[in-house]
Unconditional design. Structure first.
Length: 278
C-alpha cells in the first residue's frame, strides 16, 4: 500500500533524534528505526523527524510552530516527545545556532565559558534563590515577583503544549504528545528537589498542590496527552519512567531507548492515536 501524501511531523530530543549516537558507547550501532518512523509504519504515513539531541522544549516548540505555519496542509499528525523542562535554549548571536543549558543546582560547572557561567549564576540566583516563595499563598504563584525558576519552567512547558495544541486545532491537524524525557516527575529532579526542600521546605504534597494550580491555568485537552497530568502524585505518568528498564535502554549506563524502547514508544503513541481518532 502506498503511503499518503500527508505525513507525521515528529519532534523531541535525543529520545527522538533520527541521528542519535550514544556518547557513552560511541561505537554502538544506533541506526535502528526511531519511534516516529515506526509510528509512520503503523499509520502508513511518512514521518518527518525533527528530533535533535540535547534540545529544549522551547526549541521543539519553535521548530514545530514554524513547520506547521509553512506546511500545515501537508501534515496529518503532529507527535511530540517533550524533553526535560530545565533545558533552556540560548542562541549564538553570530550564527544563531541554538545551545541548550540546564538550570539545575551546581550546573555552572558544566560551562567552560566564563560569561556563560556568570549568566547562569545570575539567572539561577535571581529566580531561585533571591525570590522568596510563599507556599501558603497560592494566589501569589501567578505573579512574577513570587515565581521561582522551577515553577516558571513548569508554566513555560504547559504554555508550549497549549500553543501546539491550539495551532493543531486551528489547522485541523491531529496531534498526540507525551512527556518522553523526564519532563515533570519529581523523581527526575533529585538535585532540584533537594534544593527546593532545603531552601523553601517544600514537601512533595505541596509541590503537587502548586503543580495542580498551574495546571488549571491552561486548557489542555487531556485525551491527547500520554500520562496526563504527568505527575504521579496526581495519578499521572511519564514515558521515561516506563522505559527506564534494562530491556528498553541502550545499556545500564545509557538511559536512552534502544530498538525495543523505540518500538514501545511508537506503540504507545499509536494506541493513544487510535483511542482518540479511531
Amino acid at each position: 500500500m502506498s503511503k499518503s501524501s500527508k505525513y507525521i511531523l515528529a519532534a523531541g530530543c535525543s529520545f527522538t533524534d533520527p541521528n542519535f549516537k550514544s556518547k557513552t558507547h560511541p561505537d554502538m550501532d544506533t541506526s535502528f528505526p526511531k519511534w516516529p518512523e515506526i509510528l509512520g509504519e503503523y499509520l502508513d504515513l511518512k514521518a518527518i523527524n525533527l528530533g535533535f539531541s540535547g534540545t529544549s522544549n522551547e526549541y521543539i516548540t519553535n521548530n514545530v510552530t514554524q513547520h506547521i505555519l509553512k506546511n500545515h496542509k501537508k501534515i496529518e499528525l503532529v507527535a511530540i516527545g517533550w524533553t526535560e523542562i530545565q533545558r533552556f535554549t540560548l542562541y549564538n548571536t553570530l550564527s544563531f545556532n541554538p545551545n541548550t543549558i540546564l538550570f539545575r543546582p551546581n550546573e555552572p560547572q558544566r560551562f567552560h565559558n566564563e560569561s556563560a557561567r556568570e549568566l547562569y549564576k545570575y539567572i539561577y540566583d535571581e529566580y531561585l534563590i533571591s525570590h522568596s516563595y510563599n507556599i501558603s499563598d497560592p494566589e501569589k504563584w501567578n505573579t512574577p515577583t513570587h515565581e521561582n525558576l522551577f515553577t516558571w519552567q513548569v508554566r513555560m512547558w504547559f504554555n508550549q503544549m497549549f500553543q501546539i495544541q491550539e495551532m493543531c486545532k486551528l489547522y485541523g491537524i491531529k496531534f498526540v504528545m507525551a512527556p518522553l524525557c523526564g519532563s515533570i516527575e519529581i523523581a527526575r529532579y533529585k538535585q532540584s528537589l533537594n534544593m527546593i526542600e532545603g531552601v523553601f521546605n517544600f514537601t512533595y504534597e505541596q509541590w503537587a498542590m502548586m503543580y495542580e494550580k498551574i495546571n488549571e491555568l491552561y486548557d489542555l485537552d487531556p485525551k491527547h496527552y500520554w500520562g496526563y497530568p504527568f505527575l504521579k502524585a496526581l495519578d499521572g505518568d511519564i514515558m521515561a519512567q516506563s522505559i527506564n528498564v534494562r530491556e528498553y535502554r541502550m545499556s545500564n549506563e545509557d538511559v536512552h531507548p534502544n530498538a525495543k524502547g523505540h518500538e514501545w514508544i511508537a506503540r504507545e503513541f499509536y494506541e493513544l492515536y487510535e483511542k482518540i481518532y479511531s
